[in-house]
Design a protein around this ligand. Structure first.
Ligand SMILES: CC(=O)c1csc(NC(=O)C2C[NH2+]C2)n1
Length: 130
């Protein structure tokens, strides 16, 4: 009903705010747009489910997420994919893995500090009811 749509609108505002703050952080520049398959032709062979911050924003606007947990599953793909695609000891791989781990920790810290657990529970109830 209307109250449910009010809750999901507030969820989208929260998720957009989190995602835009991440996209503004210079450490996460490599994660802001889909990997360019022209530049990195083997990327889609290694990474089955690409994800990036701009795609998260599109998904939010398309009402893909009813809970923070669903959003987190896609947000986690960004750093998980980076760790998988950059496993080597060379400095470039280590550099992007460091940034991937920073992204993981930053998302979790924002959610821990800023997501109200009662609000999250209401979203989870809406999801169960559908
Ligand atoms: C987004 C992402 O994970 C990404 C973009 S480029 C890249 N890795 C490289 O360019 C080379 C360093 N070893 C491969 N990883």
């Amino acid at each position: 009903e209307e109250q449910e749509e009010d809750v999901l609108r507030e969820l989208r505002l929260f998720l957009r705010n989190v995602t835009e703050r991440l996209a503004l952080d210079r450490r996460f520049k490599a994660f802001t747009k889909p990997v360019d398959i022209e530049e990195v032709p083997d990327y889609l062979i290694v990474i089955r489910k690409p994800m990036d911050l701009s795609t998260l924003l599109t998904n939010i606007d398309e009402h893909k997420y009813v809970t923070v947990s669903e959003f987190m599953s896609d947000a986690d793909l960004i750093w998980q994919n980076a760790l998988e695609y950059n496993p080597d000891s060379d400095p470039m791989d280590r550099h992007i893995r460091h940034r991937a781990c920073a992204l993981k920790d930053t998302v979790r810290a924002i959610i821990r500090d800023e997501l109200d657990e009662d609000f999250d529970r209401v979203c989870e109830e809406i999801k169960e009811s559908r």
